[in-house]
Design a protein around this ligand. Structure first.
Ligand SMILES: [Zn+2]
Length: 176
């Protein structure tokens, strides 16, 4: 928590203050079944369960190499990862993986099975990663990406990866 009178600027169950539906104050109320305190609207009764966001990604593979992208935005600008991004409201996880891969690389891919699902106690995201095969399109940079590379397993920049989930998913991808 900030001690200089400014409001904390990170999203967490302990920092949300207002009902997203009616704008009234949230109050902490123990709720069944376990009497855990939740943020409840003092006016309309809405319970604001703050859950992790879901990220979908793909590891495109072709001829023994995988496609990595170097990020052009923070967090981890300049670091390497695979294509991916947040799942939109109303979208399937697999659909988001296809869309994000197309948006970031210009490639249309087919999903080829699950690599893994990754989550961490200190990060409010769940990362779902698929194997993928290129089905069409052509590599094209967008503003989120600095560069692409098709890499053999021995060329993966393990010390220059964007996130723990990047390392864990690549490790799992290569172990199969
Ligand atoms: Zn409300």
């Amino acid at each position: 928590m900030s001690t200089d009178g400014h409001l904390p600027l990170y999203l967490a169950p302990s920092t949300i203050r207002f009902c997203p539906l009616c704008g009234s104050d949230l109050v902490r109320v123990p709720l069944p079944p376990d009497q855990k305190e939740e943020a409840v609207c003092s006016t309309c009764g809405f319970v604001f369960y703050l859950n992790p966001k879901v990220v979908a990604g793909t590891i495109p593979a072709e001829d023994g190499r995988i496609l990595l992208v170097r990020r052009n935005i923070n967090p981890s600008k300049g670091k390497w990862t695979f294509p991916g991004g947040f799942v939109d409201w109303g979208e399937t996880v697999a659909g988001a993986a296809l869309r994000e891969t197309l948006e970031e690389t210009g490639l249309r891919v087919d999903l080829d099975g699950l690599v893994g699902v990754y989550s961490y106690p200190d990060a409010p995201v769940v990362i779902v990663v698929y194997r993928a095969r290129v089905a069409g399109g052509a590599l094209q940079l967008n503003h989120e990406i600095q560069e692409f590379a098709w890499l053999s397993p021995g060329e993966i920049p393990w010390d220059d990866l964007a996130f723990p989930s990047t390392r864990h998913a690549l490790r799992d991808f290569l172990s199969r």
